[in-house]
Write a protein that binds this ligand. Structure first.
Ligand SMILES: C[S@@+](CC[C@H](N)C(=O)[O-])C[C@H]1O[C@@H](n2cnc3c(N)ncnc32)[C@H](O)[C@@H]1O
Length: 350
């Protein structure tokens, strides 16, 4: 998805903007500095050239991959003309790039018209360098009636410091005011961010907004019942190899991709019956998955498969991880030899 050619492209962007390249020996330290600033929620962040280089060479590819994979299993806007994409809080272009890559990976070949907005004009100027020249993509100053709207790693900053109930209300209003065929919200896979997004989701469902993912039903979010739960994806997708030493130097992970997401549509659409919402529990004789989805009168159920019941029909059970959607035929608390397990689209299947 983000192959080695992107390292060269981002280095060219860095050089043209007078920023250090990805080869700079202190890049890992700068990445750690930006990560610390995010953890301290020191918003708005102060973007020095070093921090901007960290953002460009590390956070941009990582966050682009999050957005690209967040589009893996939802119905995409249809039409003939250019697909109109508005990225709210676009930063230096990671989310818009991820959406373009995700749409192309899903077979969308029509031109894409991109509108970017952000309170940080310098960030947008860099985004124009990153995204300019992408084949089939045109940057647009004024973009009305978008087909797809992105809020990627933005709500974490918006209304920071306000009391939680007011913030949830404001986020729900903000997202609702940007209606489109598809609205994608991505947030860090942190407990508070994810649970806030779950609460926003409950409000939007109550207001009649169709939720396409990650939810499999319209009942109140069951992962809000216990303070210790938060809904997020954890995909087996690693960062590209040239970022491994940078991540190591910064004390960050390069294995796996985690984020919380919410995808809204304008009309209800087919959804998987279940989604895995906890780390898999595998032991010698049994594989258990916590499923969100309607089963026996509840919407949160541990379902297991005994190893002696493994079969061709249910082989996919063993591969399911947190964030994966699936259908079970027939549905039940135990996967039997004849139970069919059908995973929903997963880009990491290759
Ligand atoms: C962490 S960055 C995310 C950038 C990009 N969407 C991504 O996924 O990488 C958050 C961005 O939101 C912008 N932002 C924060 N509050 C905003 C607001 N109220 N309106 C517009 N942009 C805002 C910041 O300037 C920053 O560029």
């Amino acid at each position: 998805m983000i192959d080695a050619s992107w390292r060269e492209r981002l280095d060219a962007v860095a050089s043209s903007a007078g920023l250090p390249t990805s080869r700079h020996p202190r890049l890992g330290d700068w990445v750690r500095g930006v990560s610390d600033a995010y953890n301290q929620a020191a918003f708005p962040l102060r973007w020095t050239p070093e921090r901007t280089a960290a953002r460009l060479h590390f956070f941009l590819p990582r966050d682009a991959m999050k957005v690209a994979t967040a589009l893996r299993d939802v119905p995409l806007p249809e039409g003939d003309g250019p697909l109109r994409l508005h990225d709210f809080g676009a930063g230096i272009g990671a989310s818009a790039l991820g959406a373009v890559l995700g749409l192309r990976a899903r077979g969308v070949s029509r031109p894409i018209r991109l509108g970017l907005s952000d309170s940080d004009a310098a960030g947008l100027a860099l985004a124009a360098r990153v995204l300019g020249g992408l084949p089939g993509v045109e940057l647009s100053r004024e973009l009305s009636l978008p087909d797809l709207v992105l809020f990627s790693n933005v709500l974490v900053e918006v209304d920071h410091g306000r009391p939680e109930p007011a913030r949830i209300e404001a986020h729900a209003r903000l997202v609702q005011n940007h209606r489109a065929s598809l609205v994608l919200v991505v947030e860090p896979a942190l407990r508070d961010c994810a649970r806030r997004l779950q609460a926003v989701r409950d409000r939007l469902v109550a207001a009649g907004v169709p939720v396409l993912a990650p939810c499999t039903h319209d009942a109140p979010c069951p992962l809000l019942r216990r303070d210790t739960d938060w809904c997020h994806d954890d995909l087996p997708v690693d960062l590209p190899p040239w970022l491994h030493p940078v991540a190591r130097g910064a004390g960050l992970r390069w294995q796996g991709l985690t984020y919380a997401r919410l995808v809204l549509g304008q009309a209800p659409a087919a959804r998987p019956c279940f989604r895995v919402v906890a780390p898999p529990r595998d032991s010698r004789g049994r594989k258990e998955r916590l499923l969100c989805g309607t089963l026996d009168g509840d919407v949160l159920t541990w379902v297991d498969r005994l190893e002696k019941h493994a079969s061709e029909a249910n082989a996919a059970w063993a591969t399911l991880g947190r964030g994966d959607g699936l259908d079970l035929v027939p549905a039940g608390r135990r996967v039997e030899p004849a139970t069919e397990v059908h995973p929903w689209r997963r880009p990491h299947d290759g």
